[in-house]
Write a protein that binds this ligand. Structure first.
Ligand code: CA
Length: 229
């Protein structure tokens, strides 16, 4: 169910919008001031915002601007003055639509539905996000096969990358060198469990601040290694 946020200080209008939207199957949240509205818009997972321009505390222009800095959800601006439309256009606030009071609630519902449908198409067709693992300052982009330590990219060989990723994907799990060797190196590989030790050392040089006191990959003496979270 889509969640709509109404930011409107005129209770009668807000209630009317709410009734119509709920009848159409939407979940509705309501806020009466600009600052409360902004807070809800940023903290709640809302799918669309109906935003009145003249609001106490923080006005709709400001709310729209702030929301747009972080979210792409459709915003329908509601204005009591026709002149506001020019201002809205001029400011380039990133609102998707605007509607002037008085308006029919069914028209509002129709616009809400249209914008939600358009937004879902947009999001649905969007480029797939890279698969990323992030643990305390280490970012492993599995899709691009890149590793960043505190924002700085580090060069990893294929096996180093595979080993680090495997450990990071199984945090707090202790693996023996034998297990790691059989997971990361295929059967035909020349090498033995000493290879694992060498690779762990190389990885630590890239990710650890102090390799003698590892914060990420711990040595469990007599057993093996684990990625600590
Ligand atoms: Ca108002």
């Amino acid at each position: 169910m889509s969640k709509i946020l109404i930011i409107e200080d005129e209770t009668s209008i807000a209630e009317l919008e709410k009734d119509y939207l709920e009848l159409s199957g939407f979940e509705v949240l309501m806020e009466e001031t600009g600052d409360a509205g902004l807070k809800t818009a940023l903290n709640e997972n809302v799918d669309l915002i109906i935003l009145d321009l003249m609001l106490p505390n923080v006005d709709g222009f400001e709310v729209c601007k702030k929301v747009r800095e972080v979210k792409n959800v459709p915003i329908i601006l509601v204005s009591a003055k026709k002149e506001d439309i020019d201002k809205i256009r001029g400011l380039g606030l990133g609102a998707d639509d605007y509607i002037t009071k008085p308006f029919s609630p069914s028209e509002l519902v129709a616009r809400v539905k249209a914008h939600l449908a358009r937004y879902e198409r947009l999001v649905g067709s969007g480029v797939k996000k890279n698969e990323v693992i992030e643990i305390r300052g280490i970012k492993i982009d599995k899709t691009a096969r890149r590793v960043y330590v505190n924002g700085e990219e580090k060069a990893f060989t294929t096996k180093e990358f595979d080993l680090l990723t495997f450990l990071a994907e199984n945090p707090n799990h202790v693996f023996t060198k034998e297990e790691l060797f059989s997971k990361i190196w295929d059967m035909e590989s020349v090498g033995d469990i000493a290879t694992v030790t060498v690779h762990i050392k190389k990885i630590r040089e890239k990710i650890e601040f102090n390799t003698s006191k590892p914060q990420y990959i711990e040595t469990i003496w007599g057993v093996g290694y684990r990625f600590k979270v």
